[in-house]
Design a protein around this ligand. Structure first.
Ligand code: CA
Length: 220
């Protein structure tokens, strides 16, 4: 899951990026409204965390513009303003949720999970697939009720493929969700991760579609 974080306060931005990366999200952090608007057209972000007071283009203006263009990306506003009018105008401009600074980190994580879940039209927080259960909140995977440890990237790939069960994901699509602009990607990294997932959860779980990509079949 790739998150665009737009926050011009260096300390807060750095802290939030670290906090989000720690729980397994891929994060691109920008400090400027116009840069953020450009970024949205160049990478497949799953969610945007948006500060309101920003240089060159305010959070509200950015939000209005992208919604007018039909961009449906989930947006969580972070604001130092704490009046009902601010919250109402943020939500009315197309935000999906709103948090007031300073905020509790656990609540921040939970709201992000809820927005991502809704975006995929998923009712329950955990994903069940055959004898596999993946819990995004705890970042755990079980097979037949027994815990299976997946390091961060393997977990993210499995999560992505399970959420998109029945759809083929190309290596590029997977890597765009797994790596930010600052990350260096080794050329065979995805193959290696998938090899490890198959070893742990069964080789038939992830199908290789030659020349196209990878897929978890629709029904287990
Ligand atoms: Ca600000």
């Amino acid at each position: 899951m790739r998150i665009l974080l737009v926050e011009d306060d260096p300390q807060l931005g750095q802290g939030m990026r670290a906090a989000l990366e720690q729980v397994g999200y891929t994060v691109d952090w920008l400090t400027d409204g116009l840069d953020a608007r450009n970024a949205l057209t160049t990478a497949p972000f799953d969610l945007m965390v948006l500060d309101l007071g920003l240089p060159s283009l305010s959070g509200i203006s950015l939000l209005k513009e992208i919604r007018e263009e039909g961009n449906k990306i989930p947006v969580l506003i972070l604001s130092a303003h704490d009046t009902t009018a601010d919250r109402v105008s943020g939500l009315d401009c197309g935000a999906d949720d709103y948090m007031i600074k300073p905020f509790d980190l656990e609540e921040f994580y939970a709201r992000i999970r809820a927005l991502l879940r809704r975006r995929m039209d998923r009712a329950s927080p955990a994903i069940s697939y055959g004898s596999i259960i993946l819990d995004p909140a705890a970042r755990t995977v079980t097979l037949n009720g027994k815990p299976v440890f997946l390091p961060s990237k393997e977990f993210s790939i499995l999560f992505l493929l399970l959420e998109n069960a029945g759809r083929v994901m190309s290596r590029e699509q997977i890597e765009e969700k797994l790596y930010s602009w600052n990350d260096a990607v080794e050329s065979n990294a995805t193959e290696v991760h998938i090899h490890h997932i198959r070893k742990k959860l069964g080789k038939e779980l992830i199908v290789t579609v030659r020349g196209v990509g990878y897929m978890v079949p629709k029904t287990a």
